[in-house]
Design a protein around this ligand. Structure first.
Ligand code: F6R
Length: 587
C-alpha cells in the first residue's frame, strides 16, 4: 500500500521522472499523490487528492526529489494528509509506507517541544522527529535515530534541503534501489526502476540506504556500513496497455485462456518439483489473503479428491496464530499475486526462522515473497494492472490443480483438463455467453444482496465469485457452503433475492440442487452456473464439464458478471474500486 518513488541524478526533470514512476505505482494506492523536489536550497512540492490519471507537473527543474501515491491509513483523504510531509521549517520532506504504531506517543512528545502539526497522519511525526534530531546530528544519523524510534512495519524516504542525499530505511514494506548511469532511484516496486536501469539493490529489513553520488548501505539500528549486493534484473519490461479493451480488468479476463494454457504446457518440471516437496513434507500449509486465500482453500479440496493428500489452509493474517505446530519438516506454500502482502510475508518470515521450507507461488519476479522463498513458482500470468485479481487467481488454480494431478501420478490427465478448461473459457468469451451475462447484469442492477452457494470445491469458488461481485460492482454479496443454509443463513432469503448456484457435474450436484430448491421455495431468483441445466434454475449459464477444472470457467463467468454489473451500476472505474489497493503492505 502506498507507492514511493525517488530520484537523484544528472537529469534536471526530476519531477517528471517521479510523476511517471508514480503513475506506474498508482495501483498501490490512489487516494492522493504528491511530489517534493529540491530547488535552490528549498523544498517545492505539489499535492493532489484523487487518482493521478494523466496529470502533468508544473514543478520547476530539479535533479532530486521524491513522490508518493497514498492509500490512507491515518487521517482522511485530504491535501493536508497527502505525502510528502514536512517538518516545521519545511526543510525535511518525508514519504512513508506502513503504520507508525507509536505515533501518538511521539506526537505528544514533539508537540510538548513546540512542533506544529498540520496533518492527521502518523507520517508527519517522522518529519518532525528528524527535525528534532537534526539539532544535534547530521542527516544520516538523524534519519537513523528517527527510524529506530518507530514501532511497526515501515518504509520511509527523506529529503533535506541542507543535504544532497536521499535517505531510505525500511522494516517491512518494500523498497528497491536502482543504480543507473549518473542517477539513482528508490521505489516501492522494481517494475518502475527497470524502466531506467536493470541494476538494483533490494533494501532488506532493518537497513538504511543513502543515495548520493552512489548508494551506501547501513544496518539498523547500529549504523554499521554494509556492502550492497547489486542484482542485474534481466526483466523484459512488460508494458501493460488496455489496447482495444475499455478496462484492464476486461483485458485480463480475456487473457486467461493463454494463462491456463501456459501452465498446462510449459511448466511440467517446476510442477514436478512442487509436487515432490509436498509429497516429502510432514505437513503442508497453504496460505494467502483475499482471492489467493480462496485458491489456497480450493487446494484443500483438490489435493484431497485428486491426490488423496491432506493439506492445511489458513488466511494469511490468521496464520501467525497457528504457527506453533510448524516444524523444520513442514512445508509452507504462501500464495500471493503481488508477493508483497504483509499478512503473507510476515508469517513466512517467522516460519523461516523455525527452519520451515517455503515454496512460494507468486506472479511477481523479485517480490519480497519471491526472495524469501526456498522454491519459487512464478505464475507467469503477466502484469495484472486491475486492482481486482482475475487472471492471477485462474493461474493459481491451474497450478494447484496440475500439482494435485502430478502428485497423484496423473500429470497428463491434469494437463488435458487444463487444456479443455482453457478452450471452454475461450468459448465463453465469445459473443453469445457475453450477451447473456450482460442481460443478467441488467436484471441484477437493483439487487441489494446477492448470495452464492457451492459445496466442496465449489464452496471456494462461491467465496471467490462473491468477492468479485462485492469489490467490482460494490454490491453486498455472500458466499455460503450449501450445507450451512439451514443452520441460519436461509433466514436471509427473501422474494426476488438473486442466488447463484455453483453446480459442477460432480458429487455435490444433487445436494446443491436441493439447496437451490430450498431457496427457490422462499422466492429466490436462481442462477445456475455449470455444465448441466436443471429446472430449478431461472437463469442458466453453461460451462463445459472439465472435471475439477470446471471451477475455472465458472469463475470466469462470475468475473464477467461482476464486471458487467459494475458497468450497469455506473461504477466509475472498475479497475480501481474505491478504498482498495493492489498491494496490501500494511496489517
Ligand atoms: C481480490 C484481490 C485481493 C487480493 C489480496 C491478496 O480481487 O485482489 O483480495 O487477492 O489482497 O493479494 P496478493 O495475491 O497480491 O497477496
Amino acid at each position: 500500500m502506498c507507492g514511493i518513488f525517488g530520484y537523484t541524478g544528472n537529469k534536471t526533470n526530476a519531477a517528471n521522472i517521479i510523476l511517471d514512476g508514480l503513475k506506474g505505482l498508482e495501483y498501490r494506492g490512489y487516494d492522493s499523490w504528491g511530489i517534493a523536489i529540491k530547488v535552490n536550497g528549498s523544498i517545492e512540492s505539489e499535492k493532489h487528492v484523487g487518482k493521478i490519471g494523466n496529470a502533468q507537473t508544473n514543478l520547476p527543474t530539479s535533479s532530486i526529489g521524491i513522490g508518493h501515491t497514498r492509500w490512507a491509513t491515518h487521517g482522511g483523504v485530504t491535501v493536508e494528509n497527502t505525502h510528502p510531509h514536512t517538518d516545521c521549517k519545511k526543510q525535511v520532506a518525508v514519504l512513508h509506507n506502513g503504520i507508525v504504531e507509536n505515533f501518538q506517543e511521539l506526537k505528544d512528545e514533539l508537540q510538548k517541544k513546540g512542533h506544529k502539526f498540520v496533518s492527521e497522519t502518523d507520517t508527519e511525526v517522522i518529519a518532525h522527529l528528524i527535525e528534532e534530531y537534526l539539532k544535534t546530528k547530521n542527516f544520516v544519523d538523524a534519519v537513523r535515530e528517527t527510524f529506530n524510534n518507530l514501532k511497526g512495519l515501515n518504509a520511509i524516504v527523506a529529503l533535506y534541503t541542507k543535504s544532497s542525499q536521499i535517505i531510505a530505511a525500511k522494516n517491512g514494506s518494500p523498497l528497491i534501489l536502482g543504480v543507473g548511469k549518473g542517477e539513482l532511484f528508490v521505489a516501492s516496486d522494481a517494475s518502475e526502476i527497470v524502466k531506467h536501469t536493470k541494476q538494483v539493490i533490494f533494501l532488506e529489513d532493518r537497513q538504511l540506504a543513502v543515495l548520493d553520488k552512489k548508494i551506501t548501505l547501513y544496518s539498523l539500528p547500529g549504523g554499521t556500513e554494509i556492502e550492497p549486493k547489486i542484482h542485474t534484473l534481466d526483466w523484459q519490461f512488460e508494458k501493460a496497455e488496455k489496447g482495444e479493451f475499455k478496462h484492464f480488468i476486461l483485458k485480463e479476463i480475456y487473457e486467461q485462456p493463454r494463462v491456463i494454457e501456459n501452465i498446462a504446457l510449459n511448466r511440467r518440471g517446476e510442477i514436478n518439483n512442487l509436487a515432490q516437496m509436498i509429497d516429502e513434507a510432514r505437513g503442508t500449509f497453504l496460505l494467502g489473503c483475499g482471492t489467493a486465500s480462496y485458491a489456497a482453500l480450493a487446494s484443500v479440496y483438490l489435493f484431497s479428491s485428486i491426490a488423496k493428500k491432506h493439506v492445511n489452509f489458513s488466511i494469511g493474517s490468521e496464520f501467525k496464530y497457528l504457527e506453533d505446530y510448524l516444524t523444520p519438516n513442514s512445508l509452507l506454500i504462501p500464495i500471493s499475486q503481488s508477493g508483497e502482502t504483509i499478512d503473507v510475508v510476515d508469517p513466512v518470515e517467522k516460519a523461516k526462522k523455525k527452519g520451515v521450507r517455503v515454496a512460494a507461488i507468486t506472479n511477481v519476479l523479485g517480490s519480497t515473497l519471491y526472495r524469501q522463498a526456498d522454491f519459487k513458482f512464478l505464475l507467469g500470468a503477466g502484469v495484472e494492472k486491475a486492482v481486482i485479481a482475475s487472471k492471477s487467481f485462474i493461474a493459481m488454480i491451474s497450478t494447484l490443480l496440475l500439482t494435485a494431478y502430478t502428485l497423484a501420478g496423473k500429470q497428463q490427465e491434469g494437463i488435458e483438463i487444463l487444456k479443455n478448461a482453457s478452450n471452454n473459457v475461450s468459448q465463453i468469451l465469445k459473443d453469445e455467453t457475453i450477451e447473456q451475462i450482460k442481460k443478467l447484469a441488467v436484471r441484477l442492477e437493483k439487487a441489494d444482496h446477492i448470495y452464492v452457494l457451492g459445496r466442496g470445491l465449489s464452496y471456494a469458488a462461491a467465496l471467490e465469485a462473491t468477492l468479485k461481485i462485492k469489490e467490482t460492482a460494490c454490491v453486498h454479496a455472500e458466499g455460503f457452503a450449501g450445507g450451512e443454509l439451514k443452520h441460519g443463513v436461509i433466514s436471509l432469503i427473501d422474494k426476488g433475492i438473486p442466488c447463484i448456484i455453483i453446480a459442477p457435474n460432480d458429487e455435490t450436484f444433487d445436494e446443491i440442487i436441493s439447496n437451490a430448491q430450498e431457496v427457490r421455495a422462499r422466492g429466490a431468483f436462481i442462477i445456475g452456473i455449470g455444465p448441466k441445466n436443471n429446472q430449478v434454475f431461472d437463469e442458466f449459464i453453461q460451462t463445459a464439464d472439465v472435471k475439477e477444472g470446471t471451477l475455472i470457467p465458472q469463475i470466469v463467468i462470475s468475473q464477467l458478471l461482476a464486471y458487467e454489473l459494475a458497468l450497469v451500476r455506473g461504477i466509475p472505474d472498475p479497475d480501481k474500486p474505491r478504498n482498495l489497493a493492489k498491494s496490501v503492505t500494511v496489517k
